[in-house]
Design a protein around this ligand. Structure first.
Ligand code: KIV
Ligand code: ZN
Length: 514
């Protein structure tokens, strides 16, 4: 008999706890909309009480994103649950997700509570959440290191208290597939009332086993899998959604008739959007979505694939929506053709967004002979991460070489007026960034800078990403251009505009994480 499983995406909560990842509300909303297209059953939109910014993000998503359950995390505390409910109450399908640690180590050192106290709190808080919301998930944090009899007891009691989903997290990524599978089987076989609820698992990747543990849990009765796009998450990350789904789909012979709602053709686009907006790039050899995932380098493999794809290819790039990067348009192409191609690629932009993207496309087509799908993708993602352009690039001039001190002159436009400044630095990029800082009148701490080609070839579009810090907040800036210095300059200005727009909104800092 077929088993329907649910995919719970926590990219916007646990995923955002990835060191260095940072998203504003608009970006979170954009990712949430894409997650709906991907077909996830639950979006954990954030941890409402952790900061005013997180609260607003959860609330905005709850009010604007339909077609899926929207959850907010909360500790097992009344004030957290109140705030979580305030954030999700207007969702089409709201969920409160409350958690409490159950392992000896957490109860002794972190909570300083006895088993009896933890059990009583778990029951009380599920009942409290239930007063607000019919859909309540309870997580026994650090479940994989919890005394099994106590775990059974907690799970049984929270079900009696009204939990509709019980989550068994491998919080520190400590478990192994066989062991974790047995833990889930044990819960299935020993907890009364378990058949009335979903058994969820939430695996971290500290030992590289998050996906393996999740799949082992699936084989032993788990009906909800918690995961993130690109495996983002606290420390080494969470189980990656794309690996779990492609594992299930590719090995139907092993996992059986599992039904899920994921449209695998949206996987690549979702991965790309998340990596661009978070500024956390995907490692080249990452399974499914890494740039090398479908590349065949060895001659013997290439030969095999040419003769018969299945010799070395267990799934197709098309199945995850990876286009063949075909040449799409050139500088003579009209707006209609451009718009059609965008639609074929799955982007539904508003008329003004299409007009702007088309302008950028025309500029690009002037510099680049063949405009490929990936170039268009880069332009569209740039649009998505757009922020109000308080500062706009007017012009820049750089002088650099191996025997001269790099000098940059940059002119930015603010309120229609040009501001011109010059600076020297260790190389052209450093000089340009310093000149930009002079024009805006403040400095940023540059934490990371990366530059990659969107496609191959000498006229390829370069995509620059900067991660900067200001007042304990992290901002990501992106810029694309066929000129790598221009791409870098644009990325820095983009980050500066984010700082300025957040300062204007007075967004709060000091987000708490779990
Ligand atoms: O890793 C964990 O245990 C968590 C819980 C809050 C579900 O993220
Ligand atoms: Zn977690």
């Amino acid at each position: 008999m077929a088993t329907r499983i649910k995919i719970f995406d926590t990219t916007l909560r646990d995923g955002e706890q990835t060191p260095g990842a940072s998203l504003n509300i608009q970006e979170k909303l954009e990712i949430a909309r894409q997650l709906v297209k991907l077909g996830v059953d639950v979006i954990e939109a954030g941890f409402a009480i952790s900061s005013p910014g997180d609260f607003m993000a959860v609330k905005t998503i709850a009010e604007n994103v339909k077609g899926t359950i929207i959850a907010s995390l909360s500790r097992a505390l009344e004030k957290d649950i109140d705030r979580a409910w305030e954030a999700v109450c207007n969702a089409e399908n709201p969920r409160i997700h409350t958690f409490l640690a159950t392992s000896d180590i957490h109860m002794k050192y972190k909570l300083k509570m006895s088993e009896e106290e933890v059990l009583a709190r778990a029951i009380a808080m599920v009942k409290y959440a239930k007063k607000y919301c019919s859909d309540v998930e309870f997580s026994a944090e650090d479940a994989s290191r919890t005394r099994v009899d106590f775990l059974y007891k907690v799970v049984e009691e929270v079900i009696k208290a009204g939990a509709t989903v019980v989550n068994i997290p491998d919080t520190v990524g400590y478990s192994s597939p066989e062991e974790f599978g047995q833990l889930i089987r044990g819960i299935r076989d020993n907890v009364s009332g378990i058949d009335k609820v979903d058994i969820s698992v939430h695996c971290h990747n500290d030992l590289g086993l998050a996906v393996a543990n999740s799949l082992a849990a699936l084989r032993n009765g788990a009906t909800q899998l918690e995961c993130t796009v690109n495996g983002l998450g606290e420390r080494a990350g969470n189980a990656s959604i794309e690996e779990i789904i492609m594992g299930i789909n590719t090995r139907k012979d092993y996992y059986g008739d599992i039904i899920h709602n994921i449209d695998t053709k949206q996987i690549y686009r979702t991965s790309k959007l998340v990596s661009s907006l978070t500024g956390v790039s995907v490692q080249l050899n990452k399974a499914i979505v890494g740039a090398n995932a479908f590349a065949h380098e060895a001659g013997i493999h290439q030969h095999g694939v040419m003769a018969e794809k299945t010799t070395y290819e267990i799934m197709t790039p098309e199945s995850i929506g990876l286009s063949q990067n075909r040449m799409v348009l050139g500088k003579l192409s009209g707006k209609h053709a451009f718009e059609e191609r965008l639609k074929e690629m799955g982007y539904n932009l508003a008329a003004d967004e299409i007009a702007k993207a088309f302008e950028q496309f025309k500029e690009l087509a002037d510099k680049k002979k063949e405009v490929l799908d990936r170039d268009i993708e880069a332009l569209v993602v740039e649009k998505v991460s757009e922020v109000e352009e308080v500062y706009k690039l007017d012009s820049f001039q750089i002088n650099s070489g191996n025997k001269v001190i790099a000098t940059a002159t940059v002119s930015l436009i603010k309120n229609g007026q040009p501001i011109l400044e010059a600076a020297t630095g260790d190389g052209p990029i450093n000089a340009a960034f310093k000149a930009i800082e002079r024009t805006v009148g403040f400095e940023l701490e540059l934490q990371d800078y990366s530059l990659k080609g969107v496609t191959e070839g000498a006229d390829a579009l370069g995509e620059a990403t900067v991660r900067v810090a200001k007042n304990d907040r992290i901002y990501i800036g992106r810029g694309v251009s066929t000129d790598i210095i221009e791409a870098s300059v644009k990325a820095y200005i983009n980050a500066i505009n984010r700082v300025v727009s957040e300062q204007d909104k007075g967004a709060a800092n000091g987000k708490e994480t779990v």
